[in-house]
Write a protein that binds this ligand. Structure first.
Ligand SMILES: Nc1nc2c(c(=O)[nH]1)N[C@H]1C(S)=C(S)[C@@H](COP(=O)(O)OP(=O)(O)OC[C@H]3O[C@@H](n4cnc5c(=O)[nH]c(N)nc54)[C@H](O)[C@@H]3O)O[C@H]1N2
Ligand SMILES: Nc1nc2c(c(=O)[nH]1)N[C@H]1C(S)=C(S)[C@@H](COP(=O)(O)OP(=O)(O)OC[C@H]3O[C@@H](n4cnc5c(=O)[nH]c(N)nc54)[C@H](O)[C@@H]3O)O[C@H]1N2
Ligand code: SF4
Ligand SMILES: [Mo]
Length: 624
């Protein structure tokens, strides 16, 4: 970067300050970052927000941390007695402390925490921090997942086997009907807000479920002003209207879901061929699921879906008494159970529970069916609920009725450039049976994926349950303000044997650390990014974001800190001996795109990844 005093330079890149990741141009005058504007040539460059425009203020803020610090007075003392130390001292001491904890108490006694990648530039380094956590052997990753990630990424796995709408993003460009549930893209994701405005201009319809009249709600065809927390009932109510009126994709349900399978009334479990008194013609597979053929008026097996019409004759709604090895059992199809539950949530009842006008409810159901394909997104409004899991599943079940899953204009997993995984899930041993703290209470919850809540973290520290946490490695995340129970949090963080925190600023959380590391902002950092999520074109985009200006003071990027610390922990072998450049080359290798090509094209390149639809119909080696 030139600092020639007479020069104005324009640096193409993107803003990393939130999940929108808007394409940008930074203006640098005399080596100083002075202005930040949208780059219309970038797939996400139509607009930027006030936070983005204020980027230079973030870079030059007087309170930025500029060198590593070590505490010299006890935690809880009003004056931490910070002393300036060198990077070598800071990282050597950190590595020594972490190694001691791992040796004496096991690596799971150290937790790793990150600021949300949706609300900060931590997305630049997320995969590398995860790799460090895995290579070190810790089980506990704290990243606000239980606050705003579980519903989209975790709970919907139980319905789709995939994260919808976490990974299967709304195809706003082609949607007939857009459904936003507890989500306000006008504030939370500018790219979705822009794409929604474009979609409405071309005639797409919009349904918003929100207690408040948000920007999108005021533009919606139907605004369902739900009573907070009653969203699960509302989803069942809309589904009830759709089922009652025949507004659902029966072929999709029969061909690709468990809707036609029979369920035992006595155990609530799916009926298996082996449960029957007599055999089903043509099968000796006792584990096979069973359905009722309307064509043959007989029980048949219901094998792997194929979408070839083989299930066309299966009954969707049916009740039967079936002779089993343990006597006659009343059975119903899965869909009958769903339909019954949804019909019980009548428009009258929904009006009472949710405060939603029955005419609005019916209109929403009508739009979802008649204006499909439906693209949906549901976020914090329904994820920060004590019943977030069931709400997410109820909305997912409603969405399944539309048959829009992975169809153009529905929710689609867009293709991105091929890349080597970097998170290092293979580096952590599964054989030792150790898990994240919350696993023992909620084995199907966030802990299954290595995520730890702050409630669990604080209990681990203060009560040693289910095992003791003694160390914390934090990259941003101001736990004491962003998570519940700040007082207990303060008590817990003060009780840790060792904490290192990397941040741009001295937050109340970082203030309880033993060592604090100054982080360079995204504008001072080069980063590699695959995919910009808002459309197939954007998701195929790969970019090496350039530095706008040199790091402030001695600050370093999160990624550089991870690599340097990894080497000092003896993990250099799986961190390319500390070379971030070599790691980027490894990450990029399968894409066929080189760092040189990316450096020559600072706006990024199109990897020409081709998005396909209805991928669930594809077979690989005969299996789906
Ligand atoms: N500018 C900016 N953008 C951000 C962030 C940021 O800090 N600043 N943070 C990022 C992060 S981490 C996240 S998680 C997202 C959050 O993005 P959103 O999920 O859009 O977040 P909110 O605006 O908090 O909540 C969305 C809506 O939920 C509604 N709501 C509240 N209670 C209920 C309820 O019971 N039911 C329903 N149906 N709706 C309800 C609220 O009225 C609100 O309009 O934004 C991301 N983007
Ligand atoms: N009252 C209330 N609480 C909430 C929410 C809410 O809407 N209202 N939203 C919740 C949600 S959805 C979320 S995701 C969480 C978010 O909570 P957190 O993940 O804690 O995020 P922030 O508070 O935005 O940032 C925390 C710290 O990260 C630092 N930081 C910013 N960028 C970087 C970076 O690039 N690297 C490093 N190392 N540090 C950085 C900031 O300086 C700040 O000190 O808050 C949750 N808590
Ligand atoms: S919406 Fe997010 S990514 Fe876009 S300019 Fe604003 S803060 Fe940056
Ligand atoms: Mo979040």
């Amino acid at each position: 970067m030139s600092t020639d005093s007479s020069r104005t330079e324009h640096v193409a890149g993107y803003c990393a300050l939130c999940v929108s990741r808007c394409g940008t141009i930074a203006t640098v005058v005399d080596g100083r970052f002075v202005a930040f504007e949208p780059d219309p040539l970038h797939p996400t460059g139509q607009a930027i927000c006030a936070k983005g425009r204020a980027a230079p203020e973030l870079v030059y803020h007087v309170e930025r941390l500029t060198h590593p610090l070590r505490r010299t007075r006890p935690k809880g003392d009003p004056d931490p007695g910070w002393e300036r130390i060198s990077w070598d001292e800071a990282l050597d001491e950190t590595a020594a402390q972490l190694r001691r904890l791992a040796r004496d108490h096991g690596p799971e006694s150290v937790a790793f925490a990150v600021a949300s990648p949706s609300t900060s530039a931590l997305s630049d380094a997320l995969g590398w921090v995860e790799r460090l956590k895995n290579a070190f052997g810790s089980r506990n990753f704290i990243g606000a997942f239980e606050l705003c990630g579980w519903g989209r990424y975790g709970a919907t796995l139980s319905t789709f086997g995939e994260s919808v709408p976490g990974v299967y993003m709304p195809d706003l460009e082609h949607a007939g009907c857009i459904l936003y549930w507890g989500y306000n893209p006008n504030l939370a994701r500018l790219t979705h807000a822009v794409a929604t405005t474009d979609a409405l201009k071309r005639g797409a319809r919009l349904i918003v479920v929100d207690p408040r009249r948000t920007g999108p709600a005021s533009k919606a065809d139907v605004w369902l002003r739900v009573r907070p927390g009653t969203d699960g009932a509302l989803a069942l109510g809309i589904a009830g209207v759709m089922i009652e009126r025949g507004w659902f994709d029966a072929d999709f349900l029969r061909d690709w879901t468990n809707a036609p399978m029979l369920v035992r009334g006595d155990t609530g479990r799916l009926l298996r061929a082996g449960d029957l008194e007599g055999a089903i013609a043509g099968t000796d597979d006792a584990a096979a699921f069973v359905a009722w053929s309307e064509q043959d008026e007989a029980l048949v097996t219901c094998g792997r879906p194929a979408g070839d019409g083989a299930r066309a004759h299966l009954a969707l709604e049916r009740k039967l008494t079936i002779e089993t090895g343990s006597g006659p059992v009343d059975c119903t199809t899965v869909f009958s159970l769903v339909a019954e539950m949804c019909r019980r949530h009548t428009p009258d009842l929904i009006e009472e529970i949710c405060g939603v006008d029955r005419a609005h409810l019916v209109e929403a159901a009508r739009l979802l069916w008649h204006e499909r394909p439906v693209a949906y997104y549901a976020w914090s409004g329904v994820e920060m609920q004590s019943s977030a899991t069931q709400i997410a599943r109820a909305i997912a079940q409603l969405y399944a009725l539309t048959g829009s899953f992975d169809r153009q204009g529905g929710n689609v997993r867009y293709a991105s450039a091929a890349a080597n995984p970097i998170e290092g899930h293979d580096l952590i041993s599964r054989a030792d049976g150790r898990h994240a703290l919350g696993f023992y209470e909620r084995p199907l919850g966030p802990a299954r994926f290595g995520f730890t809540t702050t409630e669990e973290l604080y209990r681990g520290i203060l009560e040693g349950q289910p095992y003791a946490i003694r160390g914390l490695v934090g990259f941003g995340t101001n736990l004491l303000l962003s998570h519940a129970d700040g007082l207990r949090g303060r008590e817990a963080l003060s009780a840790l044997e060792f904490t290192v925190y990397a941040d741009l600023f001295m937050s109340p959380t970082a203030e309880l650390a033993d060592i604090v590391l100054p982080v360079a902002s995204a504008f001072e950092t080069e980063t590699l990014r695959f995919g910009f999520e808002v459309s197939p074109e954007a998701q195929s985009h790969v970019q090496l974001r350039r530095r706008v200006v040199d790091p402030i003071g001695e600050s370093r990027s999160d990624t550089d800190i991870v690599f340097d610390l990894a080497c000092r922990l003896g993990l250099g072998e799986v961190f390319w001996d500390g070379s971030v450049e070599a790691a980027y080359r490894h990450h990029l290798a399968p894409s066929g795109i080189t760092l040189e090509e990316l450096r020559a094209h600072p706006r990024g390149v199109d990897a020409k990844a081709r998005t396909t639809y209805r991928k669930f119909t594809e077979t690989v080696d005969g299996a789906r």
